[in-house]
Design a protein. Structure first.
Length: 260
């Protein structure tokens, strides 16, 4: 499905009934990564998974900031008639969710931050993102395909999950990858805002997440006034894909608590 925004066409997936849960994907994937949640939560929520610029069926448009992506999300939800909703994001999606909260926090009923962090990149991490952006623009996504699955996934991840993730990376548009890396490199630090973020927040992290490890999630959760922290066993950075049953159970319980 698609909607026309001021920035161009945006595609999305939607399924289910009940209160609205919008989901924002990780880098360099698409709304396809949320299929386990679209199927597993459709009985308790109207799940809307959005393709950010250049990913899935949404055309490349940029350069942009993460705040621009947050504005896209606001426009999509306006077009679909969702004034208030729960917003969830994993990794890059979490960065955009935090940007959305800064701009449109009054629209949120709750926030799900999965395998992500509030801190900005270190200078070294920022430099690495720019290096990856240039490399992918020059040579395509082959280098990502070769290395990312092992970095993203827990050692116990099945061969099926590994192949699925590798295929998703292979389909990524190199220009979209480069634009996303540069946008993430320039994101602001959100750490100081967390103590003022009073809406209910679920922090989720894979037990074996090597990129945004459980210690990072614990630091975020400790700063948030109204939060619950769930560690997902047998999962790395893509906890919703690696252990969808545990991930869905955590989100289901969170949505139920908000509704009470």
């Amino acid at each position: 499905m698609q909607v026309q925004l001021s920035s161009g066409t945006v595609t999305y997936r939607e399924r289910g009934v009940g209160p609205t849960l919008a989901l924002l994907h990780a880098f360099p994937f698409s709304s396809e990564m949320w299929e386990p949640q679209l199927a597993g939560l459709e009985d308790v929520a109207r799940v809307v998974a959005i393709d950010m610029r250049g990913f899935g069926g949404t055309p490349v448009a940029g350069p942009y900031t993460l705040e621009d992506l947050a504005r896209d999300v606001a426009e999509v939800m306006d077009a679909l008639g969702h004034e208030r909703f729960v917003l969830g994001g994993l990794s890059m999606g979490g960065y955009v969710a935090l940007a959305f909260e800064r701009l449109f926090g009054h629209r949120l009923q709750g926030l799900v931050l999965a395998d992500t962090k509030a801190a900005a990149d270190t200078p070294a991490a920022r430099e690495h993102r720019y290096h990856v952006a240039a490399e992918v623009e020059a040579e395509g996504v082959a280098s990502l395909t070769a290395t990312m699955p092992n970095t993203l996934l827990a050692p116990v991840a099945s061969s099926d999950v590994r192949e699925r993730v590798r295929a998703w990376i292979e389909r990524a548009n190199p220009r979209a990858v480069a634009l996303a890396q540069r946008a993430m490199a320039e994101r602001p630090d959100s750490t100081e805002r967390l103590p003022r973020l009073t809406l209910p927040t679920l922090v989720v992290v894979g037990e074996a997440d090597a990129l945004t490890p459980p210690e990072e999630a614990e630091r975020m959760a400790a700063l948030l006034p109204d939060t619950r922290l769930v560690r997902i066993p047998h999962a790395g950075h893509l906890s919703n894909v690696e252990n969808p049953a545990a991930f869905n159970a955590a989100v289901r319980a969170f949505l139920g608590a908000i509704a009470r």
